[in-house]
Write a protein that binds this ligand. Structure first.
Ligand code: NI
Length: 167
């Protein structure tokens, strides 16, 4: 049974840590499989399109992304920017509820990652999928969309209150 995990909310310091690599020997364990199921349920319950492990208090390089075909699991992912072309679009984050902003992201990327079964794969993504992957991989490096946004479009006051709480 999957369970919904508590989300870490900005300015929780774990969101600013660089996550450690997932060890290959962790992958086949029941504990790891259960963690992915729990993350998937947590993402779905909160109506998110992606979730990174630091957001549930685990500083490891693991994130999940919702796609039309189900949930994509990315373990120790590396992004190569394929396109000079960038696109601006609106983003939010389950760890910064109520805040939205415009962020410029690469339109097309190449991702090399371990999958849940331990296989190393490389694939390309573009558009919205590429945007979500860039957002989630940022989380693994302690970077949040509010660091990259050009304009907060919603929740400016909420963000200011959150920032005050961090000092
Ligand atoms: Ni996020």
């Amino acid at each position: 049974m999957a369970k919904t995990l508590n989300l870490r909310i900005y300015p929780d310091p774990i969101l600013r840590e660089k996550a450690k690599s997932v060890l290959k020997e962790q992958l086949p364990t029941e504990e790891f499989r259960q963690l992915i199921l729990n993350m998937e349920q947590t993402m779905n319950e909160n109506e998110g399109v992606g979730l990174a492990a630091p957001q549930i208090g685990i500083s490891r390089q693991l994130c999940i992304v919702k796609t039309g075909d189900g949930t994509l699991v990315l373990i120790n992912p590396r992004i190569k920017k394929l396109s000079w072309k960038k696109q601006t679009g609106e983003e939010g984050c389950l760890s910064i509820p109520g805040v939205f902003g415009q962020v410029r992201r690469h339109h097309k990327i190449s991702v090399t990652t371990l999958r849940g079964d331990g296989k190393l794969v490389t694939f390309t993504a573009e558009g919205m999928l590429a945007r979500i992957i860039q957002h989630e991989v940022d989380h693994l490096n302690g970077v949040l969309f509010i660091d990259r946004t050009k304009e907060i479009t919603e929740g400016k006051d909420i963000l200011e209150k959150m920032k005050e709480a961090s000092v």
